[in-house]
Ligand binder design. Structure first.
Ligand SMILES: C[S@@+](CC[C@H](N)C(=O)[O-])C[C@H]1O[C@@H](n2cnc3c(N)ncnc32)[C@H](O)[C@@H]1O
Length: 446
């Protein structure tokens, strides 16, 4: 009997995995190994930029795997899987909070693993609690159970060791779970269920504050550094691709202004690759103090020479830097804000693809975006299937925090048009975000 959908996905997955393997060989990368205790270059997008073909083959593999899972997993299991994934995340949080991760990493033979009882006595914990927590992490591919009730770090959990990207991606900030829990009530029955204000969201309900999220952070300085670090890592995930994939050499302006530029990681990377530019990082007053001290330490010569400036600027006031010597970057800014609040130029953010019925498909050719006609014409959902889960969950996160969202190209076009601008080009990145290039006077693309 023909099993059209299953056959299509199976064939597509085989094709994607064959391509992945070939592209890894072309890039002279070592084989992927779950049992290794050493990070693989592909594990850290902030430090390694895969070839476009490899990036696309991995995304296609993940899309097929996710679609296959959607196809064959019983819905009740799927529901339980999703709900209980909260515990998986909390289990990793526990290993980070206790420093068990760092301890396992510092062992003289980190791949051998040590008994949970030994971990429990070292950290003054109960081994009866630690074993299920560690097994939950193991089931999610984060640690290995090397012998019954003995555990070791694996390749993936290296990212949580102090100083690594996964550790700085502070997703366990206090209050995160209460925002998630407040979201359904906010949307369905709160007084604000029809409000589009960034100060009337699940965030205010969860944090019991009238302040919008960034104003709250300003009033709670202990939250500033962890949030700034988190946002910097989030940005760093697309920085190598932004630097490599946008044609910076064609930019005619000598000065790049990064509006809401946070800790300044993006302009630093652009200046490293294109030292002829000058750059300005603009952000809120308290953030700017942090950015200045980081930049003075990391780029003292650029600060002294004036090549790099850091200045306080409120996004909702008129831009003080006016003139055609400036280009403006807004990375991960507009997704924070609802349309009524967003009104500036040059955008690096995610572009969602409407999640239309997954029978509406696109061919592998366009999915891989490399124009190679030799590819077999397998079909995968046009919204990248399960490879778009992260972007869509992020959209709900932005909604819950600020009444923001991740926008589709059509939605970006509406927003940009409303500001008297037009989209001149969209550059796909080897990352979750894209560069949406806008100008005042050019003819729009769409
Ligand atoms: C999601 S982060 C993006 C940071 C940076 N663009 C990046 O991609 O790494 C949002 C940034 O906007 C800044 N911000 C929020 N409200 C602002 C305002 N009213 N004026 C200036 N900056 C603001 C925050 O401090 C934060 O650095």
């Amino acid at each position: 009997m023909a099993h059209a959908e299953l056959d299509r996905l199976q064939a597509c997955l085989n094709f994607a995995l064959d391509t992945l393997r070939k592209e890894m060989d072309n890039s002279q990368l070592p084989p992927l190994n779950q049992h290794s205790s050493v990070q693989h270059p592909l594990d850290d997008p902030t430090a390694y930029l895969p070839s476009a073909a490899l990036f696309n083959a991995r995304r296609l593999s993940l899309a097929c795997l996710g679609e296959l899972k959607n196809l064959i997993q019983p819905p009740l299991d799927k529901r339980m899987d999703e709900k209980f994934s909260t515990y998986s995340a909390a289990s990793i949080d526990t290993l980070i909070k206790t420093s068990i991760i760092d301890y396992l990493s510092d062992l003289s033979n980190p791949s051998e693993g040590i008994p949970a009882t030994e971990l429990a006595s070292t950290f003054g914990l109960d081994s009866q609690k630690l074993v299920p927590i560690l097994r939950c992490c193991a089931a999610n591919g984060w640690v290995r159970e090397t012998r019954d009730s003995s555990f070791a770090l694996n390749r993936c959990s290296r990212t949580f060791v102090k100083g690594h990207a996964g550790r700085r991606l502070n997703l366990s900030t206090p209050g995160f779970m209460s925002v998630v829990a407040a979201m359904p009530r906010w949307v369905t029955e709160s007084d604000w269920k029809l409000s589009r204000s960034p100060a009337q969201t699940a965030f205010q309900i969860a944090f019991k504050t009238p302040l919008q999220r960034f104003s709250w952070v300003m009033q709670n300085p202990q939250a500033l550094i962890p949030l700034a670090d988190h946002l910097q890592v989030l940005g760093d995930m697309s920085t190598p691709s932004i630097v490599a994939d946008y044609p910076w050499e064609q930019l005619e302006t000598p000065i790049i202004v990064d509006c809401g530029g946070g800790e300044g990681g993006l302009v630093s990377a652009i200046l490293d690759a294109h030292p002829s530019f000058q750059a300005i990082v603009q952000d809120m007053e308290n953030v700017v103090a942090l950015t200045s001290s980081i930049m003075k330490e990391r780029r003292p010569r650029d600060i002294e020479s004036g090549t790099l400036k850091v200045e306080s600027y409120d996004l909702f006031q008129s831009q003080p830097r006016i003139g055609n010597e400036y280009s403006f970057i807004l990375r991960h800014i507009l997704h924070d804000w609802p349309d009524e609040e967003a009104s500036k130029i040059l955008i690096i953010d995610m572009v969602t693809i409407p999640n239309v019925d997954s029978t509406a498909t696109t061919s592998v050719k366009s999915f891989l975006m490399d124009g190679d006609d030799k590819h077999p014409d397998y079909c995968v959902p046009s919204h990248f299937g399960s490879a778009s889960k992260l972007v869509n969950a992020y959209s709900v996160h932005m909604l819950s925090l600020m009444n923001g969202c991740e926008r589709s190209l059509r939605e970006w076009e509406n927003l940009v048009k409303g500001c008297g601008l037009c989209i001149t080009n969209v550059y796909a990145l080897r990352a979750h975000a894209s560069v949406i290039e806008c100008t005042l006077d050019a003819q729009g693309l769409l």
